[in-house]
Write a protein that binds this ligand. Structure first.
Ligand SMILES: [Zn+2]
Ligand SMILES: [Zn+2]
Length: 121
């Protein structure tokens, strides 16, 4: 039906239909806006630590939509977004060594190679 989708991150209404939304969510502008949105409210290190405790949301992965939105207890962030956050975190951290970003990346990536998507779904 004609329910329009509103993107909080971009402050913009999108035409209804999941194809519009999907291509919008993949756009680099949207990804940047989403990242900025999070950085405005949260320290990237905090985000990373939170994300580290979460597993990927299967619903989000499959359909790029999830009823729980930002309150979902699973992670909605793609690897690309996480890498962007990590870059930001590295800049902010500079001289602090209390959080090992590289080790975290490696853990994240090796977790995913142990669990291929075919096994998850
Ligand atoms: Zn958007
Ligand atoms: Zn979800």
């Amino acid at each position: 039906m004609g329910r329009k989708y509103y993107c909080d991150y971009c402050d913009k209404r999108l035409p209804s239909g999941s194809n519009h939304r999907k291509s919008h969510n993949r756009g680099s502008q949207h990804i940047n806006n989403k990242l900025l949105y999070y950085l405005r409210f949260q320290d990237p290190v905090e985000i990373l630590i939170n994300e580290r405790l979460k597993t990927s949301c299967i619903k989000w992965k499959q359909s790029n939509s999830c009823l729980f939105g930002n309150n979902c207890k699973f992670s909605h962030r793609s690897n690309y977004e996480l890498f962007q956050l990590i870059e930001q975190a590295k800049q902010n951290l500079n001289n602090q060594n209390n959080f090992d970003v590289h080790r975290w990346i490696q853990r994240k990536l090796s977790n995913e190679s142990i669990l291929p998507e075919s096994l998850v779904s």
